[in-house]
Design a protein around this ligand. Structure first.
Ligand code: HEC
Length: 200
């Protein structure tokens, strides 16, 4: 009886180890962005993106004569993506760009009469660079990127269904604004707003 129990414990131990090795391998093998399901290509908003580097912020002004900003779009990426971009002048495979839409409040402060600050998250746009043409069957992948939008409150379930309908038209003007050195896929992004990518 005692031997059987020990045997079962040993079997379980081996099983757990195999599972762990398998998990590590599948991650090492895909070597791709960890916020992408390697089977389906489903994207989610990376959990710790706020610990990444900020690429830049777009401030959307209040209209109708109100002072300050009504919304910020803060764009984050992995710190190593910035290092890579500065060296090779293009985004690396697996680069993740997270655009956080965030509400604001504007109030007088000791620095000025109308100072805006960020408040609650409204949603996220996520782009994942794909140099290999993965997920050919997914309508959320193409033109060198994976594309998805998420409403605040659900980092895992995108409301996007087809990037060609949901995203492309609005990113078309970026192509004319792109720097000369940009590779085809990178011309879909608004890099003019990210001085941190410039060499100096
Ligand atoms: C209404 C137009 C519009 C739509 C629709 C749109 N974008 Fe954008 N996107 C922009 C503009 C303009 C910027 C930069 C300025 C800003 O955010 O105000 C931008 C910036 C971004 C950025 C930051 C990186 C960059 O390109 O500068 C990401 C990430 C992004 N968009 C992803 C997406 C995805 C994914 C979709 C589709 C699900 C999408 N966008 C749909 C207009 C749009």
């Amino acid at each position: 009886m005692k031997k059987t129990v020990i045997f079962i414990i040993c079997l379980l131990w081996v099983g757990v180890n195999f599972t762990l090795v398998g998990w590590n391998l599948s991650h090492a093998e895909t070597g791709f962005a960890s916020n992408v399901d390697p089977e389906t290509g489903d994207i989610h908003v990376p959990k710790n993106y706020r610990r990444w580097s900020t690429l830049g912020t777009w401030a959307h002004a209040n209209t109708e004569g109100k002072p300050g900003s009504k919304e910020y779009h803060i764009v984050y990426t992995q710190p190593e993506t910035i290092v890579y971009y500065k060296k090779h002048r293009q985004f690396p495979d697996g680069a993740v760009l997270v655009k956080e839409l965030i509400h604001t409040k504007t109030m007088p402060m000791t620095t000025g009469p109308a100072v805006s600050h960020a408040t609650d998250i409204k949603g996220w746009f996520v782009l994942v660079r794909d140099t290999q043409g993965r997920f050919q069957d997914s309508p959320l992948w193409g033109d060198g990127w994976g594309w998805s939008f998420f409403e605040a409150g659900d980092r895992f379930k995108t409301s996007s269904t087809d990037y060609q309908k949901d995203c492309i038209a609005c990113h078309l003007p970026a192509r004319d604004l792109a720097p000369e050195h940009a590779v085809e896929a990178d011309k879909w992004t608004y890099t003019l707003g990210y001085p941190v990518l410039q060499k100096k």
